[in-house]
Ligand binder design. Structure first.
Ligand code: 5AD
Ligand code: SF4
Length: 467
């Protein structure tokens, strides 16, 4: 999606967040040697992991730079959810054949690192560090080994019950602070690499989450987004035993916090108490991302999604029954092995029935180490492409109609960007829509303002500041 505004550079100034009193660094930074660059692929979990990895490096005395050329340590935090994402990583690695001769250290983090493991050293012998997300706790140790001159270090264990908590997090988004509440995944969707690459589900202690939220509020953040592959499967490991809905309420009640988002919810663990919490607390945003993947119960069974079309529609009914309108967005996969034309029609009819406010849709991509990779009846790429286009066209129509229906309404916007053109601003509504608007006011960045919607397209709204 193209962005119709530029975020001002000032607004992007990083915020450093010490979580505990900083320990002295064992690494004496030698200017030009202690520099790092990190590029991130994939989901918000990866984006946020990179923010934490950057925090670990900064706490050790490294300095972050803007280009890989200027860095001594070059990290790629990788995604392997679909083949295309994984391929991108290998094309990046191809750039650094001469890295060691140039005195650079190349490190691979994330899902491709976990998936490929030590084989990376065969494929790209110039890589020095390979570390999956379940081993990020070991990063300081691995960095110490690199600093000591070791050129092949790995963190590839996934059988952990630990979460990755950092002393410092270098947040890239000045308005919306991400924080992980649950890592890994205990579901076993047959197409998905995540249970393999991120390991088993581990929830973070509620007290630690709430402490971080309070610190974020003190730093001036008003919006937080709780992250997890299955965020609503959260189980407080401490004796407090907060449920996910109780945690949402506790986060919403932290003084200074005005918006709480959470992603991604799994339909099987989505219950009425989440909707009740949203109804009771205005700070809980009017938005639920609830990936359905397919509208056919037969395909859902083959995907091992643990719910049927009917069960999913019951969850939608819960959300639609809320006292205030809640936006619903989703993910779809088309062309799963064996998906017939009738199955695909079921997906289209579910889309029509739910009326999503947004959807990410993907062609099924066979992934190594997943059960679906062995399934018969692959759908030809061309047919997957056709189904994807049909689905996206239909969703575009639904989104346009839903957005146009908002014309005339006044909504609260958190102002996040200012265009170079005078008096043009942009931000998000509670329902997570982008709203571009005009205002003669000054210094609106970071403010909550009322905007009346004047027109709408499929991906954004346009309005004017009314107060
Ligand atoms: N092929 C295509 N899409 C996939 N997703 C996950 N695994 C695959 C795959 N193998 C999609 C799902 C998930 C989103 C994050 O990525 O829709 O919800
Ligand atoms: Fe993958 Fe399914 Fe876990 Fe989501 S719930 S991360 S799709 S296995």
């Amino acid at each position: 999606m193209s962005r119709s505004f530029d975020v001002s550079l000032d607004a992007l100034a990083p915020r450093y967040m010490p979580l505990t009193a900083g320990k002295p660094s064992v690494f004496d930074p030698d200017v030009g040697r202690g520099t790092f660059f990190i590029e991130t692929f994939g989901c918000q979990m990866n984006d946020h992991d990179s923010e934490k990895v950057a925090g670990v490096l900064l706490a050790r005395g490294y300095r972050q730079v803007e280009t890989p050329e200027a860095a001594r340590l070059v990290f790629y935090n990788t995604c392997s959810i679909r083949e295309k994402a994984a391929q991108k990583v290998f094309s990046r690695l191809g750039l650094w054949r001469e890295a060691q001769a140039e005195g650079k250290i190349i490190g691979l983090l994330g899902c491709v690192a976990q998936q490929e493991g030590e084989e990376i050293f065969e494929r790209a012998p110039w890589v020095s560090l390979v570390c999956g997300s379940a081993s990020y706790r070991k990063l300081p140790e691995l960095l110490a080994e690199l600093e000591a001159g070791n050129r092949r270090v790995t963190g590839l264990e996934t059988d952990t019950d630990e979460t990755f908590e950092t002393e410092m997090t270098r947040r890239d988004n000045p308005w919306r602070a991400y924080l992980t509440i649950i890592e890994g995944c205990d579901k076993a969707c047959s197409y998905c690499v995540v249970p393999y690459t991120r390991g088993p589900e581990r929830s973070r202690a509620s007290a630690s989450i709430l402490k971080e939220v309070r610190q974020l509020a003190e730093l001036g953040y008003t919006e937080v987004q709780l992250l997890g592959q299955t965020v609503n499967s959260y189980k407080d490991p401490t004796s407090r035993r907060l449920s996910f809905a109780e945690l949402l309420v506790a986060v919403a009640e932290v003084p200074g916090i005005r918006r709480v988002r959470f992603t991604t919810s799994h339909p099987s663990d989505f219950g009425p108490e989440i909707v009740q919490a949203i109804d009771a607390h205005p700070a809980l945003c009017d938005h639920v991302h609830l990936p359905v993947q397919s509208g056919s119960s037969r395909v859902l069974r083959a995907m091992q999604r643990t719910y049927t079309r009917e069960k999913y529609l019951e969850k939608i009914a819960l959300i639609r029954g809320a006292r205030r309108p809640i936006s619903i967005t989703t993910d779809f996969i088309v062309g799963f092995p064996g998906e017939t034309e009738a199955d695909f029609e079921d997906t289209l009819s579910l889309m029509e029935a739910v009326q999503y406010d947004g959807a990410f849709s993907f062609k099924y991509s066979p992934r190594p180490n997943t059960p679906a990779v062995l399934m018969a009846d692959a759908i030809p790429e061309e047919e997957k492409g056709r189904r994807l286009a049909v689905l996206q066209e239909k969703q575009r129509g639904i989104q346009t109609a839903r957005n146009v229906a908002l014309v005339g309404q006044t909504m609260e916007v958190l102002v996040e960007g200012k265009s170079r053109r005078e008096s043009q601003w942009a931000g998000h509504t509670s329902s997570n829509r982008v709203l571009n608007f005009v205002s003669r006011a000054e210094n609106l960045l970071g403010q909550y303002v009322q905007v009346r919607v004047a027109s709408a397209g499929p991906n954004s709204l346009v309005g004017e500041h009314v107060g």
